[in-house]
Write a new protein. Structure first.
Lengths: 226, 157
């Protein structure tokens, strides 16, 4: 029996590895619909952030999703299409607020990207630039000089490029980003993306799929109608 | 006659003690390989499900795991790591049970793992300038395995 023991051990570990990998894979894909409403973290209102904020959707929607994002953060770019699906599916029931939270220690071009989005916002094209930056994140993240790339996006969006370039360096642009950062810090944001649903922080696991996000929004909407 | 007998007994005792230490070493190597295997399986599943790791100021997992170095030739590095750790575990288990060829094979597996680990640490430090906790755990496991194998080899020669 002892002769076979090492082979039995190896076979058992192989089986266990396959089984645990499969279970982990399945649990990662299953939406955690039941737990979401009870695991929301309450937060204080905090400083207001940049005013007026960038809002997509109606002002008094029953559900307000406030995202603290960094344009150079890969998980933020992964969340971007999920949020777009949510906006399309819920229409006037959900509005999305974007707050800047550039992690400048990690992402060398994050602040410049935030400036570019704000400069586009001055010409009423914030969300269009927001989309360009997330969709093309891989193209500018490691660029030594990202300015010509951002100017290219501005040109694609039909912006006044000269004004865009000027606004990128304007103090008011930086002030808006700093105001959002201060709000995030006051609310205890330490990483991106962080989402608040009606002023309550959503657990990070909720942001990993459209299904879990939908469950959290549905729970909030049902709570309002009851 | 009695002197020769006691010499043989002493030699047997020394041999048994050496084998005991070797068994202990390979058992430890097997346990360490299991830790590395669990870590690599977790990272492989995270990669396959496309779940990101949040960007935070204190850790750069998302930067490391989403970089092109994490998928050389389109293959997730974590999956290669899982295969390597499983091979190391198998060899260490067989070596602990006295299979001498497995001892040699374990060294053959651990040496390239150590070289790749050094390369990945270099990339995290100087290229990406970001560190991933799970990658650092894997590096620590490989370094420990290398030390165990190196001390055993030095003992044998």
């Amino acid at each position: 029996m002892k002769r076979y023991l090492p082979f039995i051990t190896i076979a058992a570990v192989l089986l266990l590895a396959i089984l645990s990998g499969t279970l982990l894979f399945r649990s990662s894909q299953r939406p955690a619909t039941q737990q979401i409403p009870t695991t929301l973290t309450a937060t204080a209102p905090g400083p207001p952030g940049a005013q007026p904020p960038h809002i997509k959707g109606v002002q008094n929607a029953p559900v307000v999703l406030e995202e603290f994002g960094d344009f150079q953060c890969p998980p933020c770019a992964a969340l971007h299409p999920e949020l777009k699906k949510i906006e399309a599916a819920y229409g006037a029931k959900v509005s999305v607020v974007f707050r800047h939270f550039p992690l400048t220690k990690l992402h060398k071009n994050a602040l410049a990207a935030a400036r570019a989005s704000e400069a586009a916002g001055r010409q009423s094209r914030f969300w269009e630039m927001h989309n360009e930056l997330y969709v093309n994140q891989a193209k500018w993240s490691d660029a030594a000089d990202m300015r010509p790339i951002f100017i290219g996006y501005a040109r694609t969006l039909g912006l006044d490029v000269e004004r865009f370039t000027r606004d990128m360096n304007d103090n008011e642009t930086v002030a808006r980003i700093l105001a959002d950062l201060r709000r995030g810090e006051a609310l205890g944001v330490t990483g991106t993306p962080t989402l608040f649903l009606n002023n309550r922080e959503l657990p990070y696991d909720t942001l990993k799929s459209e299904a879990t996000l939908r469950a959290a929004i549905d729970a909030a909407l049902n709570g309002k109608t009851q | 006659m009695s002197v020769r007998k006691s010499e043989v007994t002493m030699a047997n005792d020394v041999g048994a003690a050496g084998r005991g230490r070797a068994t202990w070493r390979y058992t430890l190597a097997a346990v360490l390989s299991l830790i590395g295997l669990a870590d690599a399986i977790y990272l492989t599943v995270e990669h396959l499900t496309g779940r990101g790791v949040r960007c935070t100021v204190v850790a750069g997992c998302s930067e490391v795991l989403s970089s092109p170095y994490a998928t050389p030739g389109g293959v997730p590095l974590a999956a290669i790591g899982a295969a390597a750790y499983f091979s190391a575990f198998s060899c260490a288990t067989l070596a602990a049970f006295g299979y001498r060829r497995a001892q040699t094979l374990l060294a053959v597996i651990v040496v390239p793992m150590f070289i790749v680990t050094l390369g990945l640490l270099f990339i995290q430090t100087f290229v990406l300038r970001a560190f991933c906790d799970y990658c650092l755990l894997s590096a620590a496991v490989t370094l420990c395995l290398t030390v165990i194998i190196a001390t055993r080899l030095m003992q044998r020669h």
